[in-house]
Ligand binder design. Structure first.
Ligand code: ARG
Length: 576
């Protein structure tokens, strides 16, 4: 918003386009220099004059209402009149549709997110995918895109033959219903332990998978049973994280859609035989060949992703396809995209593997192998328990303590993830994530409650002021006509206001890079600027105009925090 004002102010005086000016504008290193700076190097090249001469000329020519223009070396500095602009900017931000952009108008984005595997633990990668995916979902939606999320469950493959075999031999229904993932894992481990001693296991598993693929009633029934009990477990996690999906379409959904892909590859003469298997060679692309069909005729993960991409483009009509999947699958997606390109799918340029780094919990890796499993739900429970402890210590009379603790504990985990640049490895510490004074979810939540309690308190004092019990002193103060101050918000309030006006720029940048951390860091910036303002200025001023302006800024800060935290998937209790 501030930049927009500057662009409009400068444009009539220079021979540059709006876009060019926009790219040139800078924020001066210190607030005293001005709010926006325009460097004159580009004009200097065009006009063949020294940049500082141009800056001086411009500063002399530009006569603007509400903006003070000065030249400083090669820069033209613009300083906005605080009184004039704080009103205008706050009014714009109070518009009910403020924060809703339309850069995505008419475009549809499909986001592949979460995508855990049936009968396997919900891993940390799946958690990160869920949180990052869900933040991206909200970001795109706020920017006016039509967004569709798909949970691409790993619900097919030869492992289900093994699962059925192990279940038939050693399965225990009670344990399976009680604790589906752990019991499935036990069966999985048992199969692998026994397979060395028992030569009948492998062929039996192959036979079960064959039966499953040919639609055998018992095999399908057992497979569905495994899917169902795993889903119940995953859904518990999704409910706690407040995440839902537009579609849950597992890999099995594409079973009948792969023959067409193989046929198309054949027609385009892209398939080659290699040790009995069918592959697409990617030598020119500098990649190993992409495996399409195994020697026994079964299709695999990449083939499914090819069919999936066609489906999302052709049937679901996605303009942009995002895959929020860990960095360890980089090669897989590069291969899939390269094959699509070879097939002539020009839309592959709008497919993105939104990859992310590993996350460890207090230095421990999440692993599906025995012994080393950090259970995700335990981490959530622990975070909530610690949040509850803090509430018990500081605010024991808080109503619905448990709900607030849940919001704070989960918020801590979500923010502890999303504040990091997604490609970085994260070493997660519960202690740090729950620090109310650190760069954390609870810090944001706490700041939000501060804005809300100020607003609440102002309502109470407002009543007192309009009440006839107002003291004579107060009455005298209210009756004295006050001069409109130069800067009703104070310098710290003006700085906060400037941060608030950057929201749409921040959202746009976050979307461009598919990077929720851009918004997470912005929320911190808003909270920090607000807390500084809160400590510097008296918000609940006696003077009516001052109080109104300062409360409006407080309200806008609350709105901004709520909007951004909602995007990130963090709840905002009114009290904590
Ligand atoms: N189920 C896979 C895994 O856990 C992730 C699937 C990601 N999505 C995709 N379209 N390949 O590794």
């Amino acid at each position: 918003m501030l930049l927009q004002i500057a662009i409009e102010a400068i444009q009539p005086y220079v021979s540059l386009s709006v876009e060019q000016i926009k790219d040139l504008l800078e924020i001066p290193p210190s607030a005293e220099m001005g709010d926006v700076a325009f460097p004159c190097y580009t004009l200097s090249k065009i006009q063949k004059q020294a940049p500082h001469t141009i800056a001086e000329q411009l500063a002399r020519q530009m006569q603007l209402e509400g903006i003070q223009v000065t030249a400083e070396g090669p820069y033209v500095n613009l300083r906005y009149d605080r009184g004039y602009y704080s009103n205008i900017l706050m009014q714009q931000m109070q518009h009910p549709h403020y924060g809703q952009l339309n850069i995505g108008h008419g475009k549809k984005v499909i986001i592949d997110m979460s995508s855990p595997n049936i009968a396997k633990p919900f891993g940390i990668g799946h958690l990160r995918s869920t949180m990052i995916g869900s933040a991206l979902y909200n970001m795109y939606q706020m920017a006016g895109y039509e967004v569709v999320s798909v949970n691409h469950l790993g619900d097919w493959g030869t492992q289900f033959g093994k699962q059925i075999t192990a279940y038939k031999r050693w399965g225990n229904d009670e344990a399976l219903i009680e604790n589906p993932i752990q019991e499935s894992l036990r069966l999985y481990v048992a199969f692998h332990d026994q397979v060395e001693h028992d030569v009948t296991l492998e062929p039996e598993a192959r036979e079960w998978f064959r039966r499953l693929e040919s639609g055998d009633e018992e095999a399908v029934r057992l497979w569905k049973y495994f899917v169902e009990i795993s889903m119940q477990e995953f859904n518990r996690m999704y409910t706690r994280l407040h995440v839902s999906f537009d579609h849950v379409l597992g890999e099995s959904f594409y079973n009948d859609k792969m023959a067409a892909v193989v046929q198309a590859l054949e027609e385009k003469e892209l398939l080659e035989r290699s040790e009995g298997a069918l592959v697409v060679r990617l030598d020119e692309e500098g990649m190993p060949p992409c495996l399409i069909m195994k020697s026994d005729g079964s299709t695999i993960y990449p083939t499914r992703d090819l069919a999936t991409a066609f489906y999302r483009h052709e049937v679901m009509q996605g303009d942009q396809l995002l895959y929020v999947v860990g960095g360890e699958q980089k090669l897989h997606f590069e291969q899939v995209f390269a094959v699509l390109k070879k097939m002539g799918a020009t839309w592959v340029d709008h497919c993105r593997h939104v990859h992310f780094g590993l996350m460890k919990f207090e230095g421990k890796k999440m692993s599906t192998r025995r012994g080393k499993i950090v259970q995700l739900e335990e981490v959530l429970d622990e975070a909530i328990a610690r949040a509850l402890q803090v509430i018990e210590d500081k605010n024991p009379d808080l109503p619905n303590k448990h709900d607030v603790a849940e919001a704070v504990g989960i918020g801590a985990i979500v923010f502890g993830d999303l504040k990091n640049n997604r490609v970085n490895e994260v070493d997660f510490s519960l202690e740090d994530a729950l620090n109310f004074e650190g760069e954390t979810g609870p810090y944001l939540q706490y700041t939000y409650t501060r804005t809300q309690s100020l607003i609440l308190k102002s309502k109470v004092t407002e009543d007192r002021v309009t009440d006839d019990r107002v003291t004579e002193d107060e009455q005298a103060l209210l009756n004295t006509p006050q001069e409109q101050p130069v800067n009703p918000l104070g310098e710290s309030g003006w700085e906060l206001l400037k941060v608030l006006t950057r929201y749409s720029q921040v959202l746009t940048r976050g979307i461009l890079n598919n990077e929720p951390s851009v918004l997470a860091r912005y929320a911190l910036e808003v909270a920090q600027a607000f807390n500084y303002y809160y400590n510097k200025e008296r918000i609940l001023e006696q003077n009516h105009d001052l109080r109104t302006a300062r409360l409006t800024l407080t309200q806008l800060t609350g709105d901004s925090l709520q909007r951004t935290m909602h995007i990130l998937g963090i709840r905002t209790p009114n009290r904590m």
